[in-house]
Design a protein around this ligand. Structure first.
Ligand code: F0G
Length: 351
């Protein structure tokens, strides 16, 4: 039997590690590339979902974190810090446990999903709720890591991008070549930067014949890249991407322009509709921010931007269990029945 060894071991020769780097891993990566039947039918394309919620802490952040924590350990760091809308902090907290390090996290007050807060807590992170938004948290985290002995593990740390680029390798390894289009949510813009780097590296080394067009989608109340200016008070129900001044803004523009792609925005209503479609039609439960890739694909299709017959991969970045509020909201209460087959069958419409 062969178990996936984690992305550092699987792609060691393409990552900045040496034989002496201490590998801190939860065997992240190797996530499912699931054919999306309903989305394929609706768009006339071959659509796949890269299900990143299947990573150990439930989001794509584990790809960057195995690298960031391994390199921090190699450098002798005893403490790490991050700003986060929730997933980065959950991941940093878990990997810090594996590394025997202290983890500090800065989160925007009241704006992180309960499941993510629970992860940071149970893994023993030191949590500060900042009176501000994610952008303020990142400013503070950078300042702390400049002035105090604590390593920054946000995606402004280039080794995070190195780890995250492996998702593109997995997709090409699975499909035999790059897709025509790759669609993903955009928040701080590290992930679109990482995927584009991965696709370019594989093409440059002859492991893919081409690169895909990169399509990124922001939430319309937090769409600084689309609107062309930082958003001071970003708003969206997709708290993971509630970011007004993305750190990797320029890299996201480069990914868009070099790939002939686009960065656009989708409304919260479109995000929630894609969120429900993914769960009810494809059987894939993601968190709201993750559904913005699929919402974007459907919007592009409605606008006539999707040529039929293309191969399209949508990354769904985080697990639905992290933020189940939107699954429960507005849903009818389950009916209470006695322990009686006839009564239960009646309620189920079976009798
Ligand atoms: N989807 C999810 C579920 C996320 O948690 C994030 C970012 C993104 C998409 C956007 O990715 O920032 O690389 O463009 N979450 C960060 C965090 C900000 O703190 O967990 P990006």
């Amino acid at each position: 039997t062969h178990q996936w060894r984690g992305l550092i071991e699987e792609y060691r020769d393409r990552l900045p590690v040496t034989a002496t780097t201490p590998v801190v891993s939860l065997l992240e990566g190797g996530t499912p590339l699931v054919p999306a039947q309903v989305l394929s039918e609706r768009t006339g394309c071959e659509v796949y979902l890269k299900v990143e919620g299947a990573n150990p802490t439930g989001s794509f952040k584990d790809r960057g974190m195995t690298m960031a924590i391994s390199k921090a350990k190699e450098a002798g760091a005893q403490a790490v810090i991050c700003a986060s809308t929730g997933n980065t902090s959950a991941s940093a907290a878990a990997y810090a446990v594996r590394a025997g390090m202290v983890c500090a996290v800065l989160v925007p007050q009241g704006k992180i999903a309960l499941g993510k807060m629970g992860q940071a807590l149970i893994h023993g992170a030191k949590i500060l709720q900042v009176d501000g938004n994610f952008d303020d948290c990142l400013t503070l985290a950078r300042d702390l890591s400049d002035k105090f002995p604590v390593a920054l593990v946000n995606s402004v740390n280039p080794v995070r991008i190195e780890g995250q680029k492996t998702a593109s390798f997995e997709i090409v390894d699975m499909l035999g070549d790059a897709p025509d289009v790759h669609v993903l949510p955009v928040g701080n813009a590290g992930n679109i930067t990482a995927y584009w780097k991965g696709y370019k590296e594989y093409a440059a080394d002859g492991l893919a014949t081409r690169t895909p067009r990169m399509w990124g989608f922001q939430a319309s109340g937090s769409a600084p890249i689309v609107d062309g200016a930082p958003v001071l008070k970003p708003q969206t129900i997709a708290t993971a991407i509630r970011i007004g001044n993305p750190a990797s803004w320029d890299y996201a523009l480069a990914a868009r322009d070099e790939s002939g792609g686009l960065i656009d925005k989708v409304t919260d209503r479109q995000i929630l509709s894609a969120y429900r479609l993914l769960a009810s039609q494809e059987g894939v439960f993601v968190e709201p921010a993750s559904a913005s890739s699929v919402a974007g694909l459907l919007q592009a299709h409605e606008r006539g931007l999707v040529d039929p017959g293309q191969r399209i991969v949508c990354t769904v970045t985080g697990n639905g269990l992290k933020d189940p509020d939107w699954a429960v909201a507005g849903a009818p209460q389950p009916t209470v029945v006695p322990v009686d087959a006839t009564a239960a069958a009646e309620r189920l419409g079976l009798a």
